[in-house]
Design a protein around this ligand. Structure first.
Ligand code: SDX
Length: 428
């Protein structure tokens, strides 16, 4: 493994350090490059650029590996729960039983929204997208707890245990409150005797103030979806959270930015786009073959396929593909769009267009099918992705705040007009 890289620019030679990670990934450290050579590097979209050293999550895109703090995602999905994996991401180790009970208690204590925050959410237009409400709700929440959103890193770090539990808990309540309000219904009282997912599902769907039981398999299916979405290294929305945290802003502001970044259809918005795509294929009577052809001609995009990092099967998609069967069986529902999804995957994975471009199903390809079967409206799917991703975003905020990182400020190559004189109106 090299520990230096030699760069020759014209007649100048530069020796740069090579950093090696615990999983033997290597990077050329260019921190000194601009100072020594006056040149910067250029990497449109950062696909080849490491923005930080992080200990939260490891991904190997070629091998389809995903680990939270060193634990493999398949093992966590089988043996852990969302809250236990959230604790692991936040604090770096799996909790003892006592620590897990205390964390669970802290999360459930914060389930209710302060009245002025609930009022703010109910003041949002009923037609507002749930992601817009979630981003605004997080900022309103920070406003209701000024002692937790001081923008003084030391103070905000001191309050981190409370803030993490508060945000992980109330993102559910913000989502359910807007859903109820959009239907002109009251938000039922949270029922903290229920599980994290059971409480959320009751707030969302219970008809008579949460007394009806949510079947265990339904709660487990949602818990697994949240766990699988909990973190994913330096993706678009997490990098946004880190960018905001680097300026010293509090967790509420950082996560509100992450929610906005996740909303895009190329990122977390893809789970909504997948369902729309599958429903359109179903309604057209196409078995998927025509759609695949249109995707190959660039006329449409096979949503839920492809990834900036995975050039192999997204391990989360594999787990969700199996889970979708079990979830639908447990729910006693069938899903014609699941058959279409399977057919699309089958055709695509044998087609040279997708094989050559290493396009495989990603986390969004199957998640929407389960969420639809659980009864969630499609426009809430990305909010559910955000609820799952909350512990990851908080872990990255904490990593930036603890390491006292400098403000992130990339450079650019300017391609605009060069200097020109101001002309009066008459001269133009
Ligand atoms: C998430 O980064 C993360 O970790 C994100 C995430 C997380 O957990 O945070 O994993 C969650 O965002 C998953 C991705 C969800 N998005 C989608 O499913 C949208 C559909 N996928 C694509 O838009 C695309 O694959 C991206 C955006 C995901 C990745 O884009 P890339 O790597 O920049 O690929 P590209 O756009 O440069 O495309 C390379 C080629 C092109 O063809 P050519 O120009 O070479 O002929 O592949 C084609 C693209 O047209 N291509 C697709 C395709 N994705 C890429 N063709 C058809 N369908 C697709 N889905």
């Amino acid at each position: 493994m090299a520990d230096t890289a030699n760069l020759e620019i014209g007649d100048q030679k530069y020796s740069l350090d090579v950093i090696t990670g615990t999983e033997q990934e290597q990077a050329v450290d260019i921190s000194r490059l601009r100072k020594e050579s006056k040149l910067i590097t250029f990497d449109d979209g950062y696909g080849n650029t490491g923005s930080c050293e992080s200990s939260v999550t490891f991904i190997d895109g070629d091998k389809g590996i995903l680990r939270y703090r060193g634990y493999d995602i398949a093992e966590l999905a089988e043996k852990s729960t969302f809250l236990e994996s959230a604790y692991l991401l936040l604090y770096g180790n799996l909790p003892s039983n006592a620590a897990l009970q205390e964390f669970r208690k802290r999360v459930s204590e914060y389930c209710e929204l302060p009245p002025e925050v609930l009022k703010a959410i109910n003041a949002m237009p009923k037609s507002a997208h749930p992601m817009a409400v979630l981003a605004s709700g997080l900022q309103a929440l920070g406003g209701a707890y000024p002692e937790f959103s001081t923008n003084d890193r030391e103070k905000d770090l001191e309050a981190f245990d409370q803030v993490a539990a508060l945000i992980i808990s109330t993102v559910r309540t913000i989502a359910a409150a807007h859903h109820r309000n959009s239907q002109d219904k009251e938000l039922p009282q949270p029922d903290t005797s229920k599980s994290y997912c059971g409480n959320f599902l009751s707030m969302m769907f219970s008809e008579d103030d949460g007394t009806d039981e949510i079947p265990e398999p339904v709660q487990n299916a949602l818990d697994q979806i949240f766990l699988l979405h909990a973190d994913h290294e330096q993706n678009c929305s997490t990098s946004t959270c880190r960018m905001i945290a680097s300026g010293g802003a509090n967790p509420f502001a950082s996560l509100a930015g992450g929610v906005s970044a996740l909303w895009g259809p190329l990122h977390g918005g893809a789970n909504m786009a997948v369902i729309k795509m599958l429903n359109e294929i179903h309604e057209s009577g196409d078995d998927g073959s025509n759609f695949i052809e249109s995707a190959k001609q660039g006329k449409s995009r096979l949503m839920g396929f492809g990834h900036r990092v995975y050039r192999n099967y997204d391990p989360r998609a594999k787990i969700l593909k199996n889970a979708s069967d079990q979830a639908l069986e447990a729910l006693g529902v069938s899903s014609p769009i699941l058959d279409i999804a399977r057919r699309l995957e089958e055709v695509a994975l044998e087609d040279s267009y997708f094989i050559q471009r290493k396009l495989y199903p990603n986390v969004d390809f199957y998640s929407g099918i389960i969420l639809q079967a659980l009864g969630f409206p499609t426009n809430m799917f990305t909010v559910l992705f955000a609820i799952g991703r909350t512990p990851g975003w908080l872990s990255h905020w904490k990593e930036i705040a603890e390491n006292g990182k400098k403000i992130h400020r990339p450079r650019q190559i300017y391609q605009g007009e060069t200097l020109r004189p101001y002309l009066s109106l008459e001269e133009r």
